[in-house]
Design a protein around this ligand. Structure first.
Ligand code: KG4
Length: 336
């Protein structure tokens, strides 16, 4: 079965063709990052307009690279949320038109479920159940993936997402947008222990997280140093900051393993590319005798291959959408 898939929830327009759920025949991404970097973050209207320009040629290119004709497309999958509403609407509207014109089923895919599915593309042997740490620019959640389309959110952030915390801190440091990669690179050259950052707990909810205190602590440290005319040691700052983010996430994964007894762990989303986090997950899983799956770095960020993969499993479960499929700015992972 060939699925033509689209992703347009934020600042990447992507199209892919996936065969039988796991084989990537083509995967193309038109990134808008350089455009948004000028403004220090994503400008929603610009994102929507860029998606409109990019999506038709990307779809044509994805079919060409897959060596398929339109008539060989068996279904269309598209991110229906969560995301920037105008941006998601572009993908949903286009996917609907394609499914209507080709007279094939349409599948709406939850963006975070797609990120989780990036693991299936990297690891052909991986099947649910497993615990998945989902960490991206807009989401931070610990998810128990019980079946391909049945998930339970064990904990999530009460405020900022982990990626947002990286991005906002990096912006104030003048490291550009998005900030996760430059902070990660700096952290490699730094030594931990110079700066102290909080690790927040949410009372009575051991698997929920909060990053707003860490973000405020980082911004205060930067502003105080600026006011005193002192230079921060950026590599050491990045190392201590990354350690604080990773520690907060790792302790929730440990709690999820403890509570569920599930000794199979995976990670998903842009922040899953973080070096310190990947090392800490490896250590935790060694210590707790858990098996760990991590997505390939190129599949951590937004792409359409992961949407096609999850779309395949949603289709098998009978989750097809009608022509009234809508776009959602927020949507629960459990609902799908
Ligand atoms: O999954 P993604 O591409 O988009 C969303 O669905 O949100 O995630 C983007 C986020 C950004 O906040 C970016 O700074 C962060 O992932 N990120 C990283 C790294 N690479 C990307 N954060 C920390 N370390 C990295 N290596």
């Amino acid at each position: 079965m060939n699925i033509l898939a689209f992703e347009s929830s934020c600042d990447e327009t992507a199209a892919a063709v996936i065969r039988d759920g796991r084989q990537v025949l083509s995967s193309l991404i038109a990134s808008q990052v350089e455009m948004h970097a000028i403004y220090g973050g994503v400008v929603p209207e610009i994102a929507s307009r860029r998606h409109i320009e990019a999506i038709v040629p990307l779809a044509q290119q994805a079919l060409l690279q897959a060596g398929l004709d339109k008539s060989q497309v068996d279904a269309v999958a598209v991110t229906c949320g969560p995301g920037l509403i105008g941006a998601v609407l572009v993908g949903v509207s286009f996917a609907k038109a394609v499914a209507f014109a080709l007279n094939v089923p349409l599948v709406g895919v939850h963006h975070v479920r797609g990120h989780i599915a990036a693991n299936y593309l990297t690891h052909p042997d991986l099947e649910p159940p497993f615990i998945c740490l989902c960490v991206s620019g807009g989401t931070t959640a610990i998810v128990h993936v019980k079946e391909y389309t049945q998930m339970q959110v064990l904990g999530s952030t009460r405020d900022d997402a982990a990626g947002e915390c990286f991005d906002k801190t990096a912006r104030v440091l003048g490291l550009g947008y998005p900030g996760g990669v430059p902070l990660d690179r700096l952290a490699q050259q730094g030594r931990e222990g110079r700066y102290s950052f909080p690790r927040a707990n949410v009372r009575d909810h051991p698997m929920d997280l909060s990053f707003s205190g860490l973000k405020t602590a980082a911004l205060n440290l930067i502003h105080h140093a600026q006011q005193k005319g002192e230079a921060l040691n950026l590599p050491d700052f990045a190392a201590d900051f990354s350690a604080a983010v990773s520690d907060s996430l790792i302790s929730r994964v440990a709690a999820a393993v403890e509570q569920t007894g599930c000794r199979r762990v995976a990670a998903a989303g842009g922040v899953a590319a973080n070096t310190r986090l990947r090392q800490d997950l490896e250590r935790l899983c060694r210590e707790r005798a858990c098996r760990l799956w991590l997505p390939q770095l190129k599949l951590c960020g937004d792409n359409a291959a992961m949407i096609g993969c999850q779309g395949y499993y949603e289709l098998l479960a009978g989750h097809t959408a009608g022509m009234d499929l809508n776009a959602y700015a927020s949507r629960s992972i459990e609902q799908g």
